[in-house]
Design a protein around this ligand. Sequence first.
Ligand code: FNR
Length: 392
Amino acid sequence: AQPVASTRLSARLRQAHAIADLRSLAARRLPRAVFDFIDGGAEDERTLRDNVEAFDGWMLMPRVGVDVARRDLTRPILGATSSLPLMMAPTGLAGFFWPDGEVAGARAAARAGIPYCLSTNSVASIEHVAAGAPDGERWFQLYFLRDRDWMQALLARAAAAHYRVLCLTVDLAVQGRRERDLRNAFTMPLRPRLATAFDLARRPGWLAGVARSRLGFGNFEAAGGGFTSVAQHVASLFDPSANWDDIARIREHWRGPMALKGILHPADAEKAVALGIEAVIVSNHGGRQLDDVPAAIEALPDVAAAVAGRAEIILDGGVRRGTDVVKALALGATACSMGRPFLWGLSAGGTEGVSRAIEIFRSELDNAMTLLGTPTLADITRDHVRERKGGG
Ligand code: FNR
């Protein structure tokens, strides 16, 4: 028989019918400082809000009289068939949200048949995640490191552990100013403070699980332990001098397909295509880096026009509904990538929670395609969306 706690968890997850419900569950389970690290963005969080709200600027335009009795939601992404036009974005520190969180997420992705992208800043190592979720489609996300030998070693380890796609993130020369983290004095592990102690007393589930975990940045040599803020980690190890020549060298070096993450300007998308990069990820890092940049969905049409079918385009940021996925595809994206929706699921219930998030997207997307009159993803065209006029 299932333990009572796990039966209760399954029941709570079954009652989550929208991604927002999983966010509420995550807020209850996580310490406030950890929840804020996931939820927050840079400075005034305008881009964070815009990422979500800019989807409201587009309306769906259904067509009738189409046979929609059978739908096909599968999509090839960089040569591998995904059961849905979506993937799990790379997100650091997952093992701080749920015990062995990276493996929990990768397992849910593998079960559902969608790609999982492991972050450079994971708690679990490249090899540990590969061993824990051996069957899935795995991508590895790389940041430019000051220590180029270590960076090359990470690439070699990712290739040896059969990560098929390299995702190079180029929008984090330094970390954005995330004021929630500054105010919370957020570190991994949490630095003992009086305010935190009261909060932790209300999160026994998280405490019990994560207290048993070995916390640290698993892809780096033990950096002396202690309480590390992500901003300190980034400032000491990441290389802000990296330029297009460095990107070109990585493109030459990596044998599999490669995605460039953090593109907003169409001219940068052009440069990526010229280097032979196979996918452009239109992204502002979920509103966590430079505030006041365009929402991902706002930047998409110009990037799609510049790329003109020469590379795949992944829309990343603010996707919370199946209808958002439809809008992104109508405006030229091959697929969408999501960060927080899966992290809320993970924080609410580990593998089961992430599976629930994927299920919600699957049923919403299927419902939207049926009612829109587009039984396959290829049927979704620019004509299925209209820009909302007179919006503010
Ligand atoms: C991220 N993101 C991110 N991106 C990346 O390339 N490497 C990383 O290590 C991380 N880490 C990370 C941690 C957390 C907690 C979040 C929320 C995000 C950005 C991520 O890949 C993605 O771009 C955004 O999450 C997309 O926005 P949504 O889907 O969260 O709105």
